[in-house]
Design a protein around this ligand. Structure first.
Ligand SMILES: [Zn+2]
Ligand SMILES: [Zn+2]
Ligand SMILES: [Zn+2]
Length: 157
């Protein structure tokens, strides 16, 4: 799913933000790749390609503003970097996001769309009366590549 420049501008206006070139660019980059998890430096490199005179500090500040308004989500995927992706409210039609699969061997981060947690949330509500509003799921393991290597190693030893 991609959102164009006009849509970015509209989202910014709806949130009461001034439409600036850096805000439109940062939002547009994240919205164009909802599956990706960018570091601030990666976002900076992409913004710079279109807006060479921009500084890293401005990009940091822009990201921060967008995070505060929940247009962008800040992620901690346990790899020592703050990573960013388009906020759930804008990134997907369902209002829901994806979950993160983290390879503990190579650090690869995969996105997983399916959500089988509705049933669990219903059970929790039935049993405890606790109403789940949101959840965040991180699954740790080995990606296809690393898992394959692991199995091969076991076979050979
Ligand atoms: Zn993600
Ligand atoms: Zn891996
Ligand atoms: Zn979910």
């Amino acid at each position: 799913m991609t959102i164009d420049r006009d849509k970015c501008e509209k989202i910014l206006r709806e949130k009461g933000l001034k439409v600036t070139k850096q805000r439109v660019l940062v939002l547009g980059i994240l919205a164009a790749c909802p599956e990706k998890h960018f570091t601030a430096e990666e976002i900076y490199d992409l913004v710079k390609a279109e807006y060479p005179e921009i500084g890293l500090a401005t990009v940091y500040r822009t990201i921060q503003v967008l995070v505060e308004l929940h247009l962008v989500d800040k992620l901690n995927l346990d790899d020592g970097f703050a990573r960013y992706e388009i906020g759930k409210e804008n990134g997907s039609e369902s209002g829901h996001h994806h979950h993160h699969l983290i390879c503990t061997k190579c650090g690869n981060i995969l996105s997983f769309q399916d959500d089988l947690l509705d049933e669990l949330e219903k059970k929790i509500l039935d049993k405890t009366g606790f109403y789940v509003m949101d959840h965040e799921v991180k699954l740790y393991g080995y990606c296809k590549e690393c898992g394959g290597k692991l199995i091969e190693k076991r076979k050979n030893s």
